[in-house]
Design a binder for this molecule. Structure first.
Ligand code: F6P
Length: 409
């Protein structure tokens, strides 16, 4: 039995993170919680007591349905790293004082591997202080780089968007009878799961991309130009998918080879941007053909108009499972997705120790990258395909998706 609970969203948003929020909210109420609080901008807002009553913000079944279909983080997010407990006990005392003030007995954090670091530290502190408050992680990230879980909510919809948009870009590239190269830059930081989704463009009506470059392997700029020149001898339009995080053998990000943004967040992650622009410019310089760069940037993580129904449903389920587990006394765990079979696709939820998940990045297995390093195997395509299935269209009003926003009157 739960009394009051609190939920927050953290890290980069996704098209379905609000479906997990809806899952936490609905399930907590169904299990008898009196109050479901939401922290604005994650733990950072929580420390300033920037806390809302979810019932005042999501007032009806229609609101809840809109929440499920609204991309980005309804409560706002943060990239905020809690210090080690031994370095700053005062901040933990402050957090637990606020939790006491609001009579919270369960805390849910929807996020990726950095956010699970918050759950790990808070659940450790609760044990240290003999506190009965439970801390549960709800998985989310378009990057799909969380350990243990088969995949992460948010990934399927981003992969569906990438697979679809890549097909459209390939179609567009075929219109002129001239040589041209298009480089598409895809998110995913140090893991190539998202970039690999470009392989799904290949199907009976599309011959697919010509190269896929993942961050799992070192990137050789000269070999890239050579391979592109070879490809251009055989066909007019070349489309290449590259990860934002590809690096040279010396470990330098490719985007750092030219003018770039210098921003580092509190987890030490550099803002990655400009890889495609750099490579496309280089192609034109070296090969003298037309080139274009497309940075999918935030488009790939907020495409609420092209979500995967499988993804949005699982996002809701992991939220609900976290609340159920906390009501049964679980703490210091993250909900994981366990694939029972791919065809037919069957997936269940389970729980796993958050200490074995926090701060760990799961990469694409090297066996799923082709020997020449510029494509992915059928295994990766088979792994992704079930995750992008079916649609859940937005609620359309006057020709546009309707979203629920937190600060409406
Ligand atoms: O965490 C997911 C992610 O979308 C990464 O793929 C990307 O590198 C990063 O977030 C961008 O983060 P931000 O929006 O904070 O710049």
């Amino acid at each position: 039995m739960l009394k009051n609970v609190i939920v927050g969203q953290s890290g980069g948003p996704t098209a379905v993170i609000n479906s997990s929020l809806a899952g936490v909210f609905r399930t907590a109420l169904d299990l008898g919680a009196s109050k479901v609080y939401g922290m604005r901008h994650g733990i950072q807002g929580f420390l300033e007591k920037n806390i809302v009553d979810m019932k005042e913000k999501v007032r009806s079944d229609l609101d809840l349905e809109l929440l499920k279909r609204t991309p980005s983080a309804f409560l706002g997010s943060c990239r905020y790293k809690l210090p080690e407990i031994s370095d700053d006990k005062a901040i933990y005392d402050k957090i637990f004082e606020i939790l006491k003030e609001y009579e919270i007995d369960a805390f849910f954090y929807i996020g990726g591997n950095d956010s699970m670091d918050t759950i790990k530290k808070l659940s450790d502190y609760a044990i240290l202080m003999n506190s009965p408050i439970r801390f549960m992680g709800v998985p989310k990230t378009i990057d799909n780089d969380l350990a243990v879980t088969d995949h992460t909510p948010g990934y399927g919809s981003a992969a569906k968007y990438i697979a679809s948009i890549t097909k459209e870009v390939i179609r567009d590239g075929l219109v002129y009878d001239i040589k041209s190269v298009t480089v598409i830059e895809i998110m995913g930081r140090n893991a190539g799961w998202l970039t690999g989704a470009a392989a799904l463009a290949t199907c009976e009506d599309c011959e697919g991309v010509d190269m896929i470059c993942l961050p799992e392997l070192p990137f050789d700029v000269d070999a890239f130009i050579e391979k592109t020149a070879e490809l251009l001898k055989k066909k007019n339009s070349i489309v290449i998918a590259v990860s934002e995080g590809i690096r040279t053998a010396e470990g330098k990000y490719v985007f750092e080879l030219t003018n770039h943004t210098e921003y580092v967040d509190s987890f030490g992650h550099k803002q990655l941007s400009g890889t495609a622009r750099y490579l496309a410019t280089l192609v034109s310089e070296k090969l003298g053909c037309k080139s274009r760069s497309i940075e999918l940037s935030t488009l790939q993580r907020c495409a609420g108009h092209l979500t995967s129904r499988v993804d949005i449903t699982e996002a809701y389920q992991v939220g609900g499972s976290a609340v159920k587990a906390a009501s049964e006394g679980e703490t210091g765990k993250m909900v994981i997705l366990k694939r029972v079979s791919s065809d037919p696709y069957i997936c269940t939820t389970d729980l796993y120790d958050v200490h074995k998940i926090a701060n760990i990045e799961k990469k694409v297995p090297l066996e799923w990258i082709t020997e020449n390093g510029t494509n992915v195997s059928q295994e990766l395509v088979n792994y992704i395909r079930p995750l992008i299935q079916a649609e859940l269209t937005p609620v359309m009003i006057t020709g546009q998706p309707r979203h629920i926003v937190i600060d409406r009157t």
